[in-house]
Design a protein around this ligand. Structure first.
Ligand code: SF4
Ligand code: SF4
Length: 430
């Protein structure tokens, strides 16, 4: 895909009035405080590349890599410039310069299909559970092999038990009268690192008259690929995934992962497809974040048991708050659960600095952004942190660990599932 053909670049470059509003909200600029790292610098770089005044060099690739794709700038820009889309276009143009072997390995082998993910999970679990990981950490040997490998080693959450997809039936029937057939997009990170969250998602949906179809042969949603400049792979995986749901005749598609649902909703369709394939067009407007689906489209079963009193706080993932405008729904779910007290943190909607694979390539910068977030969490006095994105969960979990804070990280749906189970236990006892 040539840079000139990307609509975001072709049509929007000239609209920048250089007002700097994007700068005031950019987490990267806040840390670096250098005009070269500001969102509008990305706009100019894209323009220079488009006009052939700037070549595809390692220096430009490094500059283009310094963006979380958090969309804060795109939301703020008075001219409506989707700066994040321009960064994605630029990264696609620069893709051949990407020599980050760890990321390439993950994108080309781990995050392509379910079989590859299963193999990667097996290797990772063996590595984490045999004591090799702590040995490797103590010796620092990975740092000698590759800087990125060393960082990935710190950031990747522990894998436990089996993959969620092994324990979820392809079709889970509604517990009451079926009202809707839901396609569950079980993303790679939830599948691998948060299997309980996936089981709770299915449990809550089936407890609310939904039949849940969870395909066993999904590919990654493609967000990590497009973020790293590989638009072709992202497009192929998107087509594959939608065809499965289309053929299965589901009514809607939901995901408990903010990144997956925003990717499926079409954050970057302009850059992936000239014309939307039929299967994708069919689902336009029928793809939901789980929190939003439960609040807006399900007559929620209110038979919720009393949980032990607990103070929780909620972090808004960028791909929910800025991509989808979902803020009140997860909070509504949490407020429904007896025993849960929700306390707001300062800057709940500010990026945690994870941004998928960003934290691997820019660990120190990412840590600075993360440390602000951890401080805000600590200030609330919350005992549990909630969020709706496995990538944020992983990044925040890493931050909590580094700060020796004993908080667990959960999705709001986990509280709902526990409250349903508690209600059942109470009925049996009485
Ligand atoms: S906010 Fe928009 S118009 Fe203003 S400098 Fe940034 S990109 Fe340009
Ligand atoms: S998407 Fe986020 S990190 Fe990237 S330039 Fe915009 S505000 Fe900065």
């Amino acid at each position: 895909m040539a840079l000139q053909q990307v609509p975001a670049v072709k049509d929007l470059l000239r609209k920048c009035v250089r007002c700097g509003k994007c700068r005031s909200v950019c987490p990267i600029f806040k840390e670096i405080k250098n005009e070269g790292a500001a969102p509008r610098a990305h706009v100019f770089l894209t323009q220079l590349m488009r006009d052939g005044e700037l070549g595809a060099t390692a220096d430009v690739a490094e500059r283009a890599s310094r963006c979380l794709l958090c969309k804060s700038c795109s939301k703020e820009c008075p001219s409506g410039i989707p700066v994040d889309q321009m960064v994605v276009a630029m990264r696609h143009h620069l893709h051949d310069l990407n020599n980050d072997t760890t990321k390439k390995l993950m994108l080309n082998h781990m995050f392509k299909d379910r079989k590859a993910l299963g193999r990667a999970r097996f290797l990772l679990q063996s590595y984490q559970s045999t004591g090799i990981k702590s040995l490797v950490q103590k010796t620092g040997v990975l740092g000698l092999v590759s800087k990125d490998l060393d960082k990935a080693n710190k950031l990747i959450a522990p894998v436990s038990g089996t993959m969620a997809s092994k324990n979820i039936p392809e079709t889970a029937p509604a517990k009451g009268k079926r009202k809707i057939r839901v396609g569950y997009f079980l993303g790679c990170a939830t599948n691998m690192f948060y299997p309980k969250r996936a089981r709770d998602t299915v449990e809550v949906l089936t407890a609310n008259n939904c039949e849940v179809f969870t395909p066993s042969d999904l590919h990654c949603c493609g967000m990590p690929h497009i973020a790293n400049g590989d638009a072709e792979s992202a497009a192929a995986m998107t087509r594959h995934n939608f065809k499965i749901f289309f053929d299965a005749g589901v009514d809607v598609i939901i995901s408990d992962c903010a990144s997956c649902s925003s990717m499926l909703q079409g954050d970057y369709y302009d850059q992936l497809f000239q014309e939307l394939p039929e299967e994708i067009a069919h689902f336009k407007g029928k793809i939901y974040d789980l929190n939003k689906f439960l609040i807006d489209h399900v007559d929620l079963n209110n038979d919720l048991g009393q949980l032990p009193a607990v103070k929780v706080t909620y972090h808004d993932p960028c791909h929910l708050v800025k991509s989808q405008g979902v803020t009140k729904e997860p909070r509504q779910l949490l407020n429904m659960v007896p025993g849960v007290e929700l306390v707001e943190m300062v800057g709940a909607d500010q990026c945690c600095g994870g941004a998928g694979t960003f934290s691997m390539g820019h660990y120190d910068l990412s840590r600075k952004i993360l440390d602000r977030k951890i401080q805000a969490i600590e200030d609330t006095g919350a005992e549990i942190l909630t969020t709706s994105c496995p990538a944020c969960s992983m990044q925040l979990g890493h931050g909590l660990n580094e700060h020796a804070m004993p908080l667990t990280v959960k999705h709001p749906v986990e509280f709902l599932a526990e409250a349903y189970r508690q209600a059942k236990r109470s009925t049996k006892i009485s």
